[in-house]
Design a protein around this ligand. Structure first.
Ligand code: NAI
Ligand code: MG
Length: 381
């Protein structure tokens, strides 16, 4: 029995999460699992009504759950950042979900936007550090000639006292990036372990140590140390600068097996990854605390432009449900989802508009369930 917190959120979030839940429910009997879903109303509507993004009590309640299943958040009626920070980033940091795992894995029959490349060229994992770097919230703007800023970073008990003296009419803003040895170590170790688990032979580290040599110099040093450990001797390694990596994603994605990357560059590269996968609608991600409570979500947002039309692609949400099952050690059920999606896409009859078809969100979900019910080669019973 798994207790799952479900946060459908805004826009297409509830539409695609609904399909994911349908798929999970369909797996209950064949894979002898059980789910107890607790729904949370958090999102724009809830915020506009109550002024609350996410409460302490809700977080406490989630401490008792096996995992969190998340749709998408964001609404044109709410100032950008409030819900994203108040709900999504809050959960990630509260549960210390320091791994952002993003399969950049395409499927047969999907048209890869890279001419001359096929789905077989796009089969890698991005492991993005999810708690540090330029996203720690240390920064300020100033428009006074003389200013003093006190910035605090509680986690490591760091205080920055910044004194500013500017010429007339000048205005500046700054953001401080922070990487800890501990933070780099745990994510890089995760990437090497993932490579072993997924039977991959190479880990590529991406940074910008040539320009930001302090912050990414430390990252690189830790990467080299872990790469040279005896237990990782079977895995080859490469280091790339992020600008080159952006080019390589498009030019030669096949070179990648597992990528490990700091937070900000990871954010950008995983969107690029989603697009070479075939559609943002099929991309899924995990916010993982390997020793704690993890959260799984499609990587797209609330897509207000198509919300309510019943045409959003639910495959990203369904694959996220599959990642959740894998983290819960239900590997057979998780593989069955992968296989069903592969078969349905390859057959090509049922596709949502983003993949060039005419199927509805629900029609796509139903097709996956129908395929799952056929598939019994790999079951426990
Ligand atoms: P978006 O991901 O919502 O949409 C980008 C484009 O992809 C749109 O053209 C949309 O129609 C399309 N798309 C997205 N999901 C799709 C699906 N399942 N099937 C077919 N097409 C799909 O990103 P956008 O427009 O930049 O942001 C909209 C809102 O979502 C904003 O409030 C933003 O802050 C929020 N957001 C939330 C995220 C989350 O909850 N994890 C992630 C990204 C954005
Ligand atoms: Mg993003």
């Amino acid at each position: 029995m798994y207790k799952i917190a479900v946060i459908p959120g805004d826009g297409v979030g509830p539409e695609v999460v609904n399909e994911g839940i349908k798929v999970l429910d369909a797996l209950v009997e064949p894979y002898s699992m059980d789910f107890d879903f607790t729904y949370y109303p958090n999102g724009a509507e809830h915020y506009l009504k109550t002024g609350e993004t996410l409460s302490r009590e809700q977080l406490d309640e989630m401490e008792e759950m096996s995992a969190i299943y998340f749709g998408a958040i964001g609404d044109p009626r709410v100032k950008p950042g409030i819900l994203e920070k108040g709900v999504l980033l809050r959960i990630r940091s509260h549960f210390d979900q320091y791994v952002n795992l993003r399969p950049i894995i395409s499927f047969p029959g999907l048209i890869c936007p890279l001419r001359d490349k096929t789905f077989e060229d796009v089969q890698f994992y991005v492991v993005r550090e999810n708690t540090e770097d330029f996203y720690v919230g240390l920064g300020a703007r100033t428009d006074k000639k003389k200013d003093e800023h006190k910035l605090r970073f509680k986690k490591y008990n760091i205080k920055f006292d910044i004194e500013i003296e500017l010429d007339d009419e000048k205005e500046i803003a700054y953001q401080i990036g922070l990487i800890s040895r501990e933070g780099a170590e745990r994510i890089i170790r995760y990437a090497f372990e993932l490579a072993k688990k997924k039977n991959r032979k190479k880990v590529t580290s991406i940074d910008k140590a040539n320009v930001m040599s302090d912050i990414y110099g430390l990252w690189r040093e830790v990467f080299d140390e872990i790469a040279s450990e005896k237990e990782n001797s079977g895995i080859s390694t490469e280091r790339q600068f992020v600008d080159n990596a952006a080019m390589q994603f498009v030019k030669d994605p096949k070179q990648y097996e597992v990528i490990v990357v700091p937070n900000m560059f990871g954010d950008i590269l995983t969107d690029l990854g989603a697009s070479i996968q075939g559609s943002i609608g099929i991309a899924s991600g995990g916010n993982i605390n390997p020793d704690g409570i993890s959260m799984f979500e499609p990587i797209h947002g609330s897509a207000p432009d198509i919300a309510g039309k019943g045409i959003a692609n639910p495959l990203g949400a369904i694959l996220a449900a599959g990642m959740m099952l894998e983290e819960l050690n239900e590997c057979k059920a998780s593989n069955a989802i992968q296989r069903a999606i592969k078969n349905v896409l390859f057959e090509g009859k049922v596709r949502t508009p983003d993949l060039g078809g005419r199927a509805s969100t629900g029609g796509m979900g139903d097709a996956i369930i129908k395929e799952l019910m056929k598939d019994d080669e790999d079951r426990d019973i």
